[in-house]
Ligand binder design. Structure first.
Ligand code: CDP
Length: 140
């Protein structure tokens, strides 16, 4: 069976010169609660991935997105591998309208810069993505 696609946003303060990115602390399931992630979720059958990204961020954080370039996975991988059976595609994004609020899926949000991003307890599969983000963030 094909991998389930998960989409996530690197929501940044400024798409052309990003200095800070938004991290969200999960509330569920219990095994992942308290860990930080790039917000996003599963693409539904037949759904366009970027449409899914917009839907997830509206549902989870109450923001409409400006979607920028994809944060390409290394090599020729189709996305960033998560746990078995899940693969994640990630896009640089900015808030087009609204202000990010934690809903049910998260109990805290944090805008982090290159110096503080690694202070958070990220979901393990997000760590390689975080490394790629740090390499692209300008000093705050
Ligand atoms: O809310 P929905 O069921 O659509 O998806 P989710 O629970 O947010 O994400 C599905 C799975 O992808 C989670 O169980 C996490 O294991 C994984 N995930 C991740 O590793 N890193 C992220 N930034 C987002 C999701």
């Amino acid at each position: 069976m094909a991998d389930q696609l998960v989409v996530a946003a690197v929501l940044v303060d400024d798409l052309s010169a990003p200095t800070r990115a938004l991290a969200a602390r999960r509330t569920r399931p219990e095994s992942l609660a308290g860990r930080w992630e790039l917000p996003g979720g599963k693409v539904e059958p037949g759904e366009d991935p970027v449409a899914a990204l917009r839907r997830e961020l509206r549902e989870e954080l109450e923001v409409d997105l400006e979607v920028g370039a994809e944060l390409e996975a290394p090599g020729s991988l189709p996305g960033w591998p998560l746990t078995a059976g899940l693969v994640m595609r990630v896009w640089w994004c900015a808030v087009a309208s609204g202000e990010a609020h934690a809903g049910e899926a998260h109990d805290a949000l944090a805008w982090v810069d290159a110096a503080s991003i690694n202070d958070l307890a990220w979901l393990t599969p997000d760590l390689p993505v975080v490394d790629a983000i740090v390499a692209r963030l300008a000093p705050a």
